[in-house]
Design a protein around this ligand. Structure first.
Ligand code: SF4
Ligand code: SF4
Length: 339
């Protein structure tokens, strides 16, 4: 059974920025938003499945007055709380507002702030906005990380050097051709053959979206093209979040993605004669998520995967890896949230 490293609440898809690579396809025109009451109900379910909660978006700090009591509620339930911001809400001319908001979310109980920032954000907003958020977070003692993606040919983010000077790590990963990034020119991507990575750490970070859909991972799985994909965990409009998580945390395919990973799963079925012409194989990939999404989009492939992962030899390997990961959680191979 999976225990999640964090549960994400994608509080709103609205964002002051409209980054060309946004995997959530957020922008000022994307209007979906969770109600505070529904978020509160979701939070009550989280401790059964995870010790951590993460507010993400879009830009959750657009609804800062609603997020504050939700942070307090999560803390009262014993959860660690983090929040992902794109810093598009910051007005540089009024830095005291940003400082005050960061101070109050820290006082409410926030433990960690993740600032999503790279050269695509800088097409809309100067790096000083993100720096103001980072420095304000450091001043009040919040754990702070900056994460972004790298375009293959685009400019380097201007923030990178500035972060070095204030001793904040910048985590970068290659851009995936998903979400809004699917329409970017080809020269933004690094293409390769089938990616040979191991288990996926991001599957320990499911996300509830404002429309009630629950996805297996933060970002990529919302690009699933089939409603039957195991990466779409459920819909809270029709089923409780508790029931959705109960099923998902016991799903052998999801556990196999977490432990042996999509590439190993692909190897288990790639020579199956019944899947000739059915198993999607691309000429090139921008990352492991494309392989994972492709396989899970095809019901016949999913059925084969279910049969293979339940075979005793594979099942024993998955169990062994699960125990290994549980003894050393830091060994979970991380595919970072590409928001
Ligand atoms: S990448 Fe982040 S900051 Fe940019 S549009 Fe998407 S949610 Fe907003
Ligand atoms: S490999 Fe990608 S699509 Fe598959 S579960 Fe992990 S993050 Fe999601």
């Amino acid at each position: 059974m999976i225990r999640y490293s964090t549960v994400g609440l994608l509080y709103t898809r609205t964002c002051p920025l409209a980054c060309r690579h946004c995997i959530i396809e957020s922008s000022p025109k994307a209007t979906e938003k969770m109600t505070q009451a529904l978020a509160s109900e979701y939070i009550k379910v989280v401790p059964k499945y995870s010790d951590q909660l993460c507010f993400t978006g879009g830009e959750p700090l657009l609804y800062y007055n609603e997020i504050l009591p939700l942070i307090r509620q999560a803390k009262e339930l014993g959860l660690g709380v983090s929040l992902v911001t794109g810093a598009g809400w910051v007005t540089l001319a009024k830095p005291h507002i940003a400082r005050e908001r960061i101070r109050l979310i820290k006082e409410a109980g926030l433990d960690a702030l993740v600032v999503s920032w790279d050269s695509y954000h800088e097409e809309f907003s100067p790096p000083e906005n993100a720096l103001l958020v980072v420095e304000s977070a450091k001043e009040v003692g919040l754990s702070v990380q900056v994460r972004g993606v790298m375009s293959a040919t685009g400019p380097l983010p201007r923030i990178e050097q500035k972060l070095v000077s204030i001793d904040v790590k910048y985590q970068k990963q290659n851009i995936l051709r998903l979400g809004s990034a699917a329409t970017l020119p080809e020269d933004h991507f690094i293409f390769g053959g089938i990616p040979k990575t191991g288990g996926c750490g991001t599957i320990f970070q499911p996300v509830v979206e404002p429309d009630g859909k629950v996805y297996a991972c933060c970002g990529p799985s919302r690009s699933s093209r089939s409603e039957t994909s195991p990466l779409i965990l459920g819909d809270t409009a029709h089923e409780s979040l508790d029931s959705i998580f109960e099923r998902a945390t016991n799903d052998p395919i999801l556990e196999a993605i977490a432990t042996i990973g999509p590439h190993a799963l692909f190897n288990l079925i790639k020579d199956d004669p019944e899947l000739v012409g059915v198993l999607p194989i691309r000429e090139r990939y921008t990352g492991i998520c494309e392989l994972c999404l492709d396989m899970n989009d095809v019901p016949a492939v999913v059925n084969k995967l279910r049969a293979r992962v339940s075979e005793s030899q594979v099942s024993r390997l998955i169990t062994a890896l699960r125990l290994y990961h549980q003894s050393s959680p830091e060994l979970r191979a991380e595919v970072q949230c590409p928001m």
